[in-house]
Design a protein around this ligand. Structure first.
Ligand code: NDP
Ligand code: X2W
Length: 345
């Protein structure tokens, strides 16, 4: 059994990790941390886990974490990087759900996250954990930077177009919408039901911290620096991201082969579903599931490709993808513990 530690167990992604690992046959969760709820049984806080775990939240203890085979960080930005040197030295493998190791450029990271990076060496060694792009590197990695939620939906939707060089990579547009769980569990006035319900707004239109992450991944796929406009929106639902992506085809004749291009690109991917041309993927079709569903569209008299890509931000956008990465790192079946279909309705 793989011994697991989770730092940040009371947050939305921490409890989602527990929900997935509860039925994973190859792991044993040894410790789960919370500074504010230390001493509380996990099942008292999360009754959906009654009968699955006999664990109590504890304060993060580097010695206990160093005894694990793999530690998930489900903490705010800036926490993992302070514990990484000790865990790496102890030979522990880590999947970090925060953004501490996602950006390779240290100045860009400092600019968006408002602090200098404390472990630049490990930034260079960390592997960006999008399995559909970096499966072989993930297998070998000691430290995996789990992608952000919006970056997962946006990158998967654009990748086939950029890898094949079929679109104008200087003028991509990603119009993305997220449910409120994307903002985490801490109380914030803007996330109250009374503020989010019956309303719909854009935010971060002049710049969001996921922009450099998306740009980094898509530029690697395109083989050149891409230009992208990314605008996130907050919608009155709990889980889910829908990203509507726009790109201009260089040659309109290529429309004929786009569907087969996407189907071929993702044919061996267990967690990407290319739906029939013209479909409209819904967030509820991936709720609770480690899936990205996408579909292509063309409007009359237009050379714009439209891709609609949906994920559950807490699953393929966070905890599910983190477990997928763990499975790859330990040579397990990549889909182990991740096969449950979405909850519908
Ligand atoms: N929500 C989402 O959809 C997604 C989130 N992410 C990222 O995953 C990470 C976790 O997100 P989420 O679960 O939403 O966050 P939450 O705010 O819901 O939870 C954060 C957790 O971290 C713990 N924590 C906070 N500060 C510290 C600290 N200094 N040291 C140790 N533990 C700490 C908290 O417990 P306590 O304070 O009691 O210790 C809590 O358990 C974030 O970096 C987020 O950006 C990534 C993709 C999607
Ligand atoms: C709705 C909402 O507020 N979403 C969050 C999503 C960010 C997130 O989850 O953060 P990382 O993926 O970078 O860790 C936001 O826009 O800040």
């Amino acid at each position: 059994m793989i011994k697991i530690g989770i730092v940040g167990g009371t947050g939305y992604t921490g409890v989602e990790l527990l929900r997935i690992l509860a039925v994973h046959p190859e792991v044993e969760v040894k410790c789960i941390t919370s500074r504010s709820e230390a001493g509380m049984p996990v099942a008292d806080m999360y009754p959906n886990l009654r009968g699955y775990f006999d664990l109590v939240f504890s304060v993060p203890d580097p010695t206990v974490l160093a005894g694990c085979d793999l530690v998930f960080f489900a903490t705010p930005h800036g926490v993992a990087m302070r514990m990484i040197p000790e865990l790496m030295a102890a030979g522990v493998r880590v999947v970090d759900l925060s953004a501490d190791y996602r950006l390779k450029d240290l100045d860009t990271w400092a600019q968006w996250y408002g602090m200098p990076h404390e472990t630049p060496d490990w930034v260079a060694k960390a592997v960006y954990g999008l399995p559909e792009v970096a499966r072989e590197e993930i297998r070998q990695a000691q430290l995996v930077a789990n992608p952000g939620c919006y970056p997962t939906a946006v990158q998967l939707g654009f990748l086939p177009l950029l890898e094949a060089g079929l679109v104008d990579s200087a003028r991509l547009i990603a119009d993305a919408k997220s449910g409120a769980s994307g903002a985490g569990r801490q109380g914030k006035i803007g996330m109250l039901h009374g503020e989010v319900g019956e309303s719909f707004k854009a935010y971060g239109a002049s710049g969001h911290r996921h922009l450099p992450e998306i740009r980094q991944g898509l530029s690697a796929a395109a083989g050149r620096e891409v230009g992208i406009t990314f605008v996130p929106h907050l919608v009155p639902m709990v889980r889910g991201i829908e990203a509507t992506l726009y790109a201009e085809l260089n040659d309109v004749a290529d429309f004929e082969r786009l569907q087969s291009l996407f189907e071929t690109r993702y044919q061996d991917e267990p967690f990407v579903d290319v739906m029939p041309f013209g479909s409209h993927p819904e967030t509820r079709s991936v709720r609770g599931a480690n899936q990205c569903r996408m579909a292509l569209h063309r409007q009359e008299q237009s050379n714009m490709v439209i891709v609609s890509s949906v994920i559950d931000n807490l699953v393929k956008g966070a905890a599910g993808q983190a477990v997928q990465n763990m499975n790859i790192m330990f040579g397990l079946d990549e889909a182990m513990g991740l096969n449950a279909p979405a909850l519908l309705p």
